[in-house]
Design a binder for this molecule. Structure first.
Ligand code: TGC
Ligand code: FAD
Length: 389
């Protein structure tokens, strides 16, 4: 097999990367191979996140990697995307942790916070000493966050928050929650620190997907926070949606990593497993599946690299990100399902990473805008007609 195929770089995209971008990717890959792969099945089984790896991830510049200043690595968006790809080749839960810390929580403060808020939180978050979570979704409002029921009302020179957020990644392990709430003027954001009276969390158990990631409910009962905890620049739904654009960008890259892991596993397995007279890889139906996988992974890589260049040039629109998130995650999920099938009975056990990736990708296809929500975003862009309502 050629090196190109082994590295899944069928169109020599590596030639388009700078030395720094390659280094960021290779460092992340080494970290995943050494630190994540040996233990991730245990975390998945026990519904735990490997918290002991957070300092190393911080050391490698993975938190707020593409933000500038405040102790962040200031990488470009190609390097950032490649890191997300490698993390998700390990596990979607690992990439989720980095996405929520960086693209949702840190970015929310970076884009909407006062200078004092940025100085107070961002350097500690880049070091992994403060963990963030992002509370947008509610029990009755997922795809339509604009309908949220969480309320903030002025109380003297502070605010009082009431409401419930659900399905919040890192909720119970976060030191600081970004909570989106309605005020008289519309939607805005608040910083709620762990331990604030009236603020509690409850973990969601029984997940068949994203088991190596903590998912919680945030409960806010007359939570009093100071004026300094308001993200004053966040006005309207575009506050949280702007953060989602950043996270969806990383997800589009990440899904390629999970798909690549499934492709390699299916290829190795079908080359060594013999049924009837030959290795499975010698049969046309199996080859057709491998070709489809290679094709979709390669297309997804090309979309992401172009997207990264557009982002670095300031030309990326949210609709570009919807295109990439929708396509890449959905194709990764199909690849994982095909790989699971190609492994036969072995496809359902944790000796192979395929079933774990497949189950995780069901979540990735749903969160950060479902496949259909992104279809409607693109449909609206093409036609000018809003089909949401
Ligand atoms: P709409 O009228 O389209 O927009 C309201 C305002 O926001 C602006 N805007 C955006 N700005 C930045 N980035 C985007 N992606 C934006 N999309 C829209 C828009 O220009 C407008 O601005 P203005 O100035 O006119 O006020 O709003 P809508 O109510 O029609 O809703 C649009 C819709 C349905 C697409 C949106 O609500 C949506 O995306 N829904 C999906 C919800 C979602 O993705 N939730 C994710 C929760 S977080 C999560 O899942 C984390 S997973 C964590 C992990 O990685 O582990
Ligand atoms: P719904 O909105 O109820 O959608 C159900 C179905 O209806 C979907 O198929 C959807 O596509 C479809 N649908 C909805 N509206 C329409 C329409 N107008 N037309 C046609 N079809 C439609 N949220 C956070 O805020 N922070 C987090 O950190 C976070 N982490 C998560 C982690 C996990 C493991 C999971 C599973 C979810 C997480 N979420 C988080 C929530 C996630 O963003 C929501 O689940 C997602 O936005 C979908 O919302 P919903 O589950 O309420 O589904």
């Amino acid at each position: 097999m050629s090196d190109l195929l082994r590295d899944l770089d069928f169109f020599h995209l590596d030639d388009l990367l700078t030395d720094e971008e390659r280094m960021a990717r290779d460092t992340a890959k080494r970290f995943v191979d050494r630190e994540i792969l040996p233990l991730i099945e245990r975390n998945f089984a026990s519904e735990t996140f490997p918290m002991h790896l957070v300092p190393q991830m911080a050391e490698l510049g993975m938190f707020g990697a593409n933000l500038k200043g405040y102790g962040c690595a200031g990488m470009n968006n190609v390097a950032y995307g490649l890191i997300m790809q490698e993390l998700e080749a390990g596990d979607s839960g690992l990439r989720s942790f980095a996405s929520v810390q960086s693209a949702l929580s840190m970015y929310a403060i970076y884009a909407n916070g006062s200078e004092e808020q940025k100085q107070r939180y961002l350097p500690e978050m880049a070091k992994g000493k403060l963990i963030g979570c992002f509370g947008l979704t509610e029990p009755d409002h997922g795809s339509d966050p604009g309908g949220m029921e969480t309320r903030a009302r002025r109380d003297g020179d502070g605010w009082i928050l009431n409401g419930t957020k659900r399905w919040i990644t890192n909720g119970s392990i976060a030191d600081i929650a970004i909570v989106w709430a309605k005020v008289d003027e519309g939607i805005t954001g608040f910083l709620v620190e762990k331990g604030t009276p009236g603020f509690s969390t409850r973990d969601i158990h029984g997940k068949f997907s994203m088991r190596a990631s903590i998912t919680s409910e945030l409960i806010l009962e007359d939570v009093r926070i100071p004026k300094t905890a308001h993200l004053e620049k966040a006005r309207g739904l575009k506050g949280p949606l702007g953060c989602l654009t950043q996270a969806r960008y990383g997800i589009a890259w990440g899904a390629i990593g999970a798909a690549r892991s499934c492709f390699h596993c299916a290829l190795d397995y079908t080359k060594s497993r013999k049924q009837f007279s030959r290795p499975l890889a010698g049969y046309q139906l199996v080859q057709a599946k491998l070709v489809k996988m290679l094709t979709e992974i390669t297309k997804a890589q090309m979309v992401c690299l172009r997207l990264a260049h557009l982002k670095d040039q300031g030309k990326m629109r949210p609709e570009h990100v919807s295109f990439a998130k929708r396509n890449n995650v959905n194709e990764a999920l199909k690849i994982a399902r095909d790989a699971r099938d190609m492994l036969g009975a072995n496809g359902i056990v944790n000796e192979y990473p395929v079933i774990r990736h497949m189950l995780n990708l069901e979540t990735v296809n749903t969160y950060e805008g479902t496949f259909d929500v992104h279809t409607l975003i693109l449909g609206r862009d093409i036609t000018g007609e809003n089909a949401f309502e």
